[in-house]
Ligand binder design. Structure first.
Ligand code: UDP
Ligand code: MG
Length: 332
């Protein structure tokens, strides 16, 4: 067995003791059927049950099973991130440990990858065994995200996906803290495609995504990929301003020509209030533009991602040669 496996599978694990053996069995069956080297990188995200012991037993028996053991619970997205940092394969597959993502789909993903795609994401056609609340909020979530974010994040797609090594390297070069991985993958680019599947019910246990975590997750998605919330106030500023300006001649006309006292003599105050609010909203919007730019700089995302370069071979050789030359000693 060579040192570098062809495939790496990343599975985040938080209190999944009842799923681990089945996960191992099904992944082993699928991956062995392809006849190439693979590794399973599990990330134990501060589980309080026996997950870590079970994983350690598996790892002791099968050296392809690896564990990154977190010091506490850091959350699903960071668990996946750590997993990606520890992979070595040419293609990397992210999968949930509760078997809601069928490992058998990996075969189809690999086929697409071999056909030249860099990202193959799994699209949920149907979701089984989940509450109407989860189904409804998830549907709504994906549609809102789709609408307001600046990158095209495919609908009904989770983190279950295959990524080429190039994509994983790009992802690993993004140090931002509030990570929405599927957004980052879309942002990176490359050739992407989807395969559909039916999302089964959880094999064992219950969801580790209570409402609070879901809301936080949604906020990360929106703030990570959209300035829309910082931009909407400019519309309100505009509307209030227009109302205020139009109201002046209308009220003057009512009062001077028709002798009607509109707003009981408070018209001036009301108009001033509208105008001031409009100004304030407008300058909040302006501040928002600065905040957005600060945020952009602070995230330290790479400026661009290069898929390939062509025709630089000579130049690169030249630069490498130069770099190898000894540094001249400083003149005395
Ligand atoms: N998970 C994790 N840390 C967390 C929450 C979840 O590593 O804080 C893992 C969990 O063990 C599972 C995956 O992330 O493998 C997806 O979680 P879950 O199935 O609870 O989410 P749902 O499918 O309900 O959205
Ligand atoms: Mg699940």
């Amino acid at each position: 067995m060579s040192n570098r496996p062809r495939y790496s599978i990343v599975a985040p694990i938080y209190n999944e003791e009842g799923n681990i053996q089945k996960l191992y069995d099904r992944i082993t069956a699928v991956m062995d059927s392809m006849g190439e080297d693979w590794e399973l990188v599990t990330v134990n995200d501060g589980s309080r049950d026996r997950s870590f012991e079970l994983l350690s037993d598996l790892s002791a028996k099968d050296s392809r099973i690896k564990i990154v053991n977190f010091a506490r619970n850091f959350g699903h997205q960071l668990a996946v991130t750590a997993g990606l940092h520890h992979t070595a394969g040419d293609a990397v597959i992210i999968i949930d440990a509760d078997l809601q993502d069928p490992p058998e789909l990996i075969l189809e993903m690999v086929e697409r990858w071999k056909a030249g795609y860099h990202v193959v994401y799994a699209v949920r056609q149907e979701r089984k065994g989940e509450s109407w609340f989860k189904l409804f909020t998830a549907k709504l979530f994906y549609r809102i995200i789709y609408r307001i974010t600046d990158v095209d994040i495919p609908l009904d797609t989770g983190d279950f996906r295959l990524m080429d090594r190039k994509v994983v390297n790009a992802l690993n070069s993004m140090p931002e803290h509030n990570r929405f991985i599927r957004g980052l993958t879309s942002w990176i680019g490359f050739k992407q495609t989807g395969v559909t599947y039916v999302r089964e019910a959880r094999e064992w246990g219950e969801t580790k995504y209570p409402l609070k975590k879901m809301v936080r997750f949604a906020m990360d998605a929106v703030t990570g990929f959209s300035y829309f919330p910082l931009q909407i106030m400019v519309y309100f500023a505009f509307i209030l301003g227009v109302i205020a300006v139009l109201a002046i001649p209308v009220i003057a006309f009512l009062r001077v020509v028709l002798g009607v006292e509109f707003l009981g003599g408070q018209a001036t105050t009301v108009i001033l209030l509208l105008l001031l609010s409009s100004f304030q909203l407008f300058f909040l919007f302006v501040m928002g533009q600065y905040v957005a730019r600060i945020y952009d700089e602070a995230r330290r995302r790479p400026l661009y991602i290069v898929a390939d370069t062509v025709g630089f071979e000579e130049q690169r050789k030249h630069i490498e040669l130069k770099a190898e030359q000894p540094v001249p000693a400083p003149e005395a």
